[in-house]
Design a protein around this ligand. Structure first.
Ligand code: FAD
Ligand code: DLZ
Length: 507
């Protein structure tokens, strides 16, 4: 009686439900590097290297714990290059009598898992992924019949459920959310402590060579690879963040600085999304710093909210919204993704910084993703499906369950408000307030029209004007539409002409 346990690249946790359900004596773990996963979008080379290296290290760790691991490498000549094909081959090879797996994190792969029983003729148990703090079943129960599904309401439920930063039934500090303290701009000359980097070991170096050879034509540089690829390294990265950057996390959470890729962000999303770290332990480590007096409440609450709130919320929303979520297009945007997203110059400093961070590091911090890259794509009317595929490809932490709600819902408003109460649209004034980019930009942020005018200004007003019918009754946009109506008609025409020019040249 042999149980086959397929483990996917984002399931690299020793506490995985399928491992808990078996014993090394009667099971074979199957891990598969397959072309289908490496190419369903043209992933950044660092992303592929991260997954392959972390998978190979995890396989070695399982072997050292006594598990039999059948690891199918990408260049194995017999590799069927997709999950279903590899599971079938392995079931026959090991004369398996049943298959136990943990539910995939996205519809596409869950669909594949649901074919495995037919393909192999074996019973297949698909277990819930209980590494998340809030189960999908609980999310559906929470969501059922609700008029609004805001993250803030959800967050309070999960705070109460976990007891994190709680004093009995009430939040520590008397407030659930300290966001208003988290919007400071960075003082000139402020120094950030850079995060720990992990130099590639022999396993990672092998994988990097494989990836450079096979996927070197994908957008992105492999050279700056710095990611944690083992649990030990991931724990070191967590400790490094808690010691050196957590205390300042809140203050500069929404800031952008030229030349600063990370600021006080944790850079823990790849470790969380591969399973090397678990969300609850990361929140507990942050909470411990608050109780030890090494990080203030606004920082710790702000950080915990990202994981306990946003991360759990978007995962629930992904499954709630259904498999066609990624094709939603509420604003009927149809343009292709601008070439700027693949590195073409535009003269916009903020966009260049965000794209370059992405190219060098397979990463960009939240405000770059939302208010620069997402905002520009939405203002110029990019088809959200194109935007979605770009984000899914370029970020080391991009898995559809977390990427799609953030892109389709939060950044493009393509779900019509399921996730966000208004579009995150902004002109140059916002970028100027939250960053120092405008000082070294080719454009003038103070101008709306004319050859030097910051394109974001006219694009912003044009976006509002273009979508007036769809958005004018949104209470949260009332002030913006009031602002638009205050422009003289001839100024409105000039703004829209300027926006049309910018679209023609930049988009
Ligand atoms: P920190 O700022 O240090 O935050 C701590 C942790 O909180 C992150 O590691 C992450 O796990 C979690 N988190 C923070 N914000 C979010 C959020 N909005 N949704 C879910 N989790 C969050 N995150 C991904 O993990 N994968 C993605 O593919 C992804 N795509 C995004 C696309 C867009 C358009 C936007 C606006 C956000 C996206 N995010 C995504 C969320 C967020 O930007 C990243 O999690 C964060 O930038 C990762 O860097 P960090 O670990 O330094 O985060
Ligand atoms: C992201 C990724 C890549 C690039 N390659 C693989 C792979 O070859 N094998 C694998 O098991 N997982 C890989 N992954 C992660 C998967 O895409 C991820 O586990 C699924 O999307 C989960 O639904």
């Amino acid at each position: 009686m042999t149980t086959l346990i397929p483990i996917l690249g984002d399931q690299l946790s020793h506490s995985l439900a399928s491992l808990r359900a078996a014993t090394p004596a009667s099971a074979v773990v199957l891990m598969m590097e397959v072309t289908e996963e490496a190419t369903y979008v043209p992933h950044h080379p660092q992303k592929i290297a991260l997954f392959f290296s972390a998978m190979r290290h995890f396989a070695d760790e399982l072997r050292s714990l006594g598990w039999t691991v059948d690891y199918v490498a990408l260049d194995d000549p017999a590799n069927a290059q997709d999950f279903a094909g590899e599971v079938s081959r392995a079931a026959a090879r090991h004369a398996a009598t049943k298959i136990v797996t943990v539910a995939a994190g996205e519809w596409r792969v869950l669909d594949s898992q649901q074919t495995w029983a037919d393909r192999t003729g074996l019973p297949v148990s698909i277990l819930d992924d209980d590494r998340f703090i809030f189960s999908i079943t609980s999310f559906m129960a929470w969501a059922k019949g609700r008029k609004r599904m805001t993250m803030e309401d959800f967050y309070r439920v999960v705070r109460r459920q976990t007891g994190l930063l709680m004093d009995g039934d009430q939040p520590i500090g008397g407030q659930w959310n300290f966001d208003q303290e988290n919007r400071k701009s960075v003082p000139k000359g402020h120094r950030f402590t850079p995060p720990v980097r992990f130099a590639p070991d022999a396993v990672t170096s092998d994988v990097m060579a494989l990836v450079a050879g096979r996927f070197g034509n994908h957008f992105g540089s492999i050279d700056g690879f710095r990611w944690a690829v083992t649990r030990t390294q991931a724990l070191e990265a967590l400790d490094d963040f808690v010691r050196h950057r957590l205390a300042g996390f809140g203050d500069y959470q929404d800031a952008m600085v030229t030349g600063e890729d990370v600021l006080n962000h944790s850079l823990l999303s790849p470790a969380l999304n591969t399973g090397l770290l678990l969300p609850l332990e990361v929140c507990q480590a942050a909470q411990a710093a608050y109780h030890a007096g090494t990080a203030p409440l606004n920082a710790v609450e702000g950080f915990i909210r990202q994981i306990l709130g946003w991360r759990e919320y978007v995962r629930g929303l992904y499954w709630f919204a259904g498999p066609d979520y990624t094709s939603r297009n509420h604003l009927n945007a149809t343009r292709p993704l601008p070439a700027a997203y693949w590195g073409a110059p535009t003269g916009l400093k903020c966009l260049a910084e965000a794209v370059d961070n992405t190219r060098r590091n397979s990463s960009a911090h939240h405000i770059q993703r939302l208010m620069i890259l997402g905002n520009f794509a939405m203002l110029v009317g990019t088809d959200p499906a194109h935007v979605h595929r770009w984000y899914l490809a370029v970020y080391a932490d991009a898995l559809e369950w977390v990427e799609a709600p953030n892109v389709i819902g939060m950044s493009q408003f393509a779900d019509g408000g399921l996730m966000s109460t208004k579009p995150y649209a902004a002109g140059g004034a916002y970028v100027n307030r939250m960053s120092n980019h405008c000082k070294s930009c080719a454009y003038d942020v103070k101008q709306r029209t004319g050859p030097k005018a910051c394109p974001l200004n006219s694009l912003y007003w044009d976006f509002l004007a273009r979508h007036e019918d769809a958005l004018k009754n949104n209470q949260r946009l009332w002030r913006m539409y009031d602002g638009w109506r205050r422009f003289a008609p001839d100024e409105q025409v000039r703004i829209r002409e300027q926006a049309a020019d910018s679209m023609a040249t930049l988009a």
